[in-house]
Design a protein around this ligand. Structure first.
Ligand code: 5GP
Ligand code: ZN
Length: 119
């Protein structure tokens, strides 16, 4: 069921502290931790603690939590001193867009020049 922890979900396991991660921020509804394979000097994932398969499903089921994820993504950029120079918030959605973990997550990327359009 949407929102309930999923036994086979890596990010639910990180929320439950069953899988270790370098956590940089936590709120009542969200967790932010460093990506294990960083693509930029700052590469942090911000996730809802509740399980939703992607950003759109999260926004449909729990719009307040979707807003929390965006607020925390901005706070990560501030913490990492990338807010002034610019940063990117990315939600890969679907296999063709590179989504590999089916628990909604915002990538916060910064600390280097970011080209547009992305690959
Ligand atoms: P996606 O490809 O779904 O947009 O993003 C999933 C992200 O999760 C990838 O950037 C990948 O490097 C990251 N990731 C995969 N496994 C782990 C893990 O065990 N710990 C952490 N911290 N990140 C992970
Ligand atoms: Zn999950």
């Amino acid at each position: 069921m949407a929102g309930e922890p999923q036994n086979d979900c890596l990010f639910c396991k990180i929320v439950a502290r069953e899988v270790p991660a370098t956590i940089v921020r936590e709120s009542e509804t969200t967790l932010a931790f460093r990506d294990i394979n960083p693509q930029a000097p700052t590469h942090v994932l911000v996730i809802p603690k509740a399980h939703h398969r992607d950003a759109a499903a999260l926004a449909a089921a729990a719009p307040d939590v979707a807003a929390d994820v965006l607020r925390e993504a901005g706070a990560v950029a501030e913490d990492e001193k990338t807010a002034d120079s610019g940063y990117r918030i990315v939600f890969n959605t679907g296999t063709g867009a590179g989504q590999t973990v089916w628990h909604a997550h915002a990538h916060v990327l910064g600390g280097r020049g970011l080209t547009w359009p992305p690959g």
